[in-house]
Design a protein around this ligand. Structure first.
Ligand code: RET
Length: 292
């Protein structure tokens, strides 16, 4: 019995040894292959720098817009201060995320002696979606606030538009990170449903209340609505860049730079328009805004 046990444990030991050696060999073989994979990138040096500079520029733009909008609060009537506070919050949240996106881009690649290599650290594009999840509902609320509708209308519009915006972002993310175009198209289509609802609300729903606005701001509010519509329409177009047969590097550059341009227009651009609307409405309703 003892001999049998001894034989069995000896056999087990031998098997363990063989398995360990085999695993070590596999690891040795996979090691250099994995290291080599980490070096590959289809980005050119130009594309890498273009995205790098776009992120850096956008961080500066968002930070500057935040200061402008928050300092601008003192120039408008109390009723419009919240709209400027929120507008500045949107650009503040964006500035933070662009800083993180920039850092993530920096750590994903190294550019040394004119040679671009991937470090193996993944570029994190979840920052973008987390940013949108926070800022898109705020942007819509900002647009509703500056119109100064009745309490009931403000609450119901802010809630339904905010919810639809969050749904649009949550449904878009699985498609954004999908490897294949079919999955991308599926989630993109689902995300388009709340997107169309928002566009319809902006044009039809808010359109009605525009007519009750003071004469001198109607044009600006329409402009703000149009700017929102045009910049928002740009996002799904950028989302579709991977369907083209441009190379991997060009696709990645197009997506990053495209979303970045859209973000500047949708956040900082809209912020400036909101500021102008608030100033004009303060003047129309209170005369000198500073005294109001
Ligand atoms: C996704 C996925 C594909 C379908 C659609 C999309 C729409 C995105 C939009 C984003 C807007 C972002 C803004 C950010 C600024 O703070 C998610 C790309 C329709 C409209 C305004």
């Amino acid at each position: 019995m003892t001999t049998l046990n001894e034989a069995a444990s000896g056999a087990a030991e031998a098997i363990r040894e063989v398995a360990t050696t085999a695993a070590a060999t596999v690891n040795e073989a996979a090691g250099p292959a994995m290291a080599a994979a980490a070096q590959e990138t289809s980005l050119t040096v130009f594309q890498y720098l273009l995205v790098y500079n776009a992120f850096s520029f956008t961080f500066a733009t968002m930070a500057a817009a935040t200061l402008f909008l928050w300092f601008g609060r003192s120039q408008v009537a109390p009723a419009y201060k919240t709209a400027l506070t929120i507008s500045g919050l949107v650009t503040f949240i964006a500035a933070y995320h662009y800083w993180r996106i920039f850092e993530s881009w920096e750590s994903a690649y190294t550019l040394k002696d004119g040679v671009l290599t991937a470090t193996g650290y993944a570029f994190n594009n979840a920052y973008r979606y987390v940013d949108w999840l926070l800022t898109v509902p705020l942007l819509l609320i900002e647009l509703v606030l500056v119109m100064r509708l009745s309490q009931k209308e403000t609450t119901s519009k802010a809630l339904t538009l905010g919810f639809a915006a969050a749904l649009m972002i949550v449904l878009g993310y699985p498609g954004e990170i999908a490897e294949d175009n079919a999955t991308r198209a599926l989630w993109g289509t689902l995300s388009t449903i709340p997107f169309l609802y928002i566009v319809w609300q902006l044009f039809v729903g808010l359109g009605k209340s525009i007519n009750s606005q003071p004469e001198n701001v109607r044009g600006l509010i329409k402009q703000a609505r149009l700017l929102t519509f045009a910049s928002w329409g740009f996002y799904p177009i950028v989302y579709m860049i991977p369907y083209t047969n441009l190379g991997g590097g060009a696709v990645q550059t197009g997506v990053e730079v495209g979303y970045t341009i859209a973000d500047i227009v949708a956040k900082a651009g809209l912020g400036v328009l909101i500021y102008m609307i608030a100033i004009r409405k303060s003047q129309a309703e209170y005369g000198d805004a500073a005294k109001a």
